[in-house]
Design a protein around this ligand. Structure first.
Ligand SMILES: Nc1ncnc2c1ncn2[C@@H]1O[C@H](COP(=O)(O)OP(=O)(O)OP(=O)(O)O)[C@@H](O)[C@H]1O
Length: 268
């Protein structure tokens, strides 16, 4: 097993329920004792229905949400407080690709500026080195260099998600957290984005956390799979174990559900 980059140990996250009132306080246990390990160069798939706690797990992993209790361990050490410097370190090691590339990119920034920005914020390289990196990245995600002069609104959804992936790679992260990265896209381009993520994982040795409600998509990309239900990890194992020999009833019900629309594209 390769080394752990980041892990959650018995993490609980409790939110005030959205319909909670001052008189009638109600809480939601979004995470109810979640333990997960993200390993260098490996893809951890997280699958579960809407509301099972997938996105909250991702937010805790990247430091956007703090656990109510439990531990986040980073490079084997517990994170004791989420100071700005810890968040900056986390931000360089893990980066996120969200569901909707339209909201992830600033509509008034050219693609070139959107890709230069993280390097400027972290004061990385000279202007010439940053420009060269941006040209390399846009090629790496399969887009022509003319894309750099465009605004997000001039690109298709699939092209925008490629740009969002390039942006996630700017700081050379060890792990990319991709939260439903294809669900806002046309079915016809979903497989292309999944193939791009697989190629990048193989070429760059990237670790990945891939979140989806579609177990077939998760299977295609993942080394290990965590199945979540109601804030808990109900099954955790290699992709093969989870598919061939699921121990949990809920996993079996997910596997028994209708096959993915993506499956025919992915298996050819
Ligand atoms: N900021 C918040 N305030 C209150 N409740 C929240 C908040 N964020 C999430 N929740 C609740 O926590 C639970 C877990 O939500 P989460 O978004 O992690 O699930 P999910 O599996 O990612 O779902 P989806 O697939 O719909 O994104 C849900 O019941 C959700 O309504």
């Amino acid at each position: 097993m390769s080394e752990s980059v980041i892990e959650l140990k018995d993490v609980h996250v409790r939110y005030k329920a959205r319909n909670s009132t001052f008189r009638n306080r109600q809480y939601v246990d979004a995470l109810d004792g979640v333990s997960l390990v993200v390993r260098r160069g490996q893809t951890l798939g997280i699958v579960g229905e809407s509301g099972s706690g997938k996105s909250t797990s991702a937010k805790v992993l990247v430091g956007l949400e703090r656990p109510t209790s439990g531990q986040v361990r980073f490079g084997g050490e517990p994170v004791r407080s989420f100071t700005t410097s810890v968040r900056r370190r986390l931000g360089r090691i893990l980066s996120v690709v969200f569901q909707d590339p339209a909201t992830a990119l600033n509509a008034r920034m050219t693609i070139r500026d959107a890709l230069l920005d993280p390097m400027q914020v972290h004061r990385i390289g000279t202007r010439a080195q940053r420009e060269a990196k941006v040209r390399d990245l846009i090629g790496l995600v399969g887009l022509p260099s003319s894309t750099l002069d465009a605004l997000p609104g001039q690109l298709s959804g699939g092209q925008r998600q490629r740009v969002a992936i390039a942006r996630a790679l700017v700081l050379d992260p060890q792990v990319i957290v991709a939260d439903e990265p294809t669900s806002a896209l046309d079915v016809s381009v979903r497989a292309q984005i999944l193939n791009l993520l697989t190629d990048l994982k193989n070429e760059l040795g990237l670790g990945m956390v891939f979140i989806s409600h579609d177990i077939q998509t998760v299977r295609y990309l993942s080394d290990e799979i965590a199945v979540m239900n109601k804030g808990r990890v109900v099954e955790l194992g290699t992709a093969q174990q989870v598919f061939d020999d699921p121990t949990d009833e809920y996993t079996r019900s997910l596997l028994g559900a209708a096959p993915s629309l993506l499956e025919p594209h992915l298996t050819t």
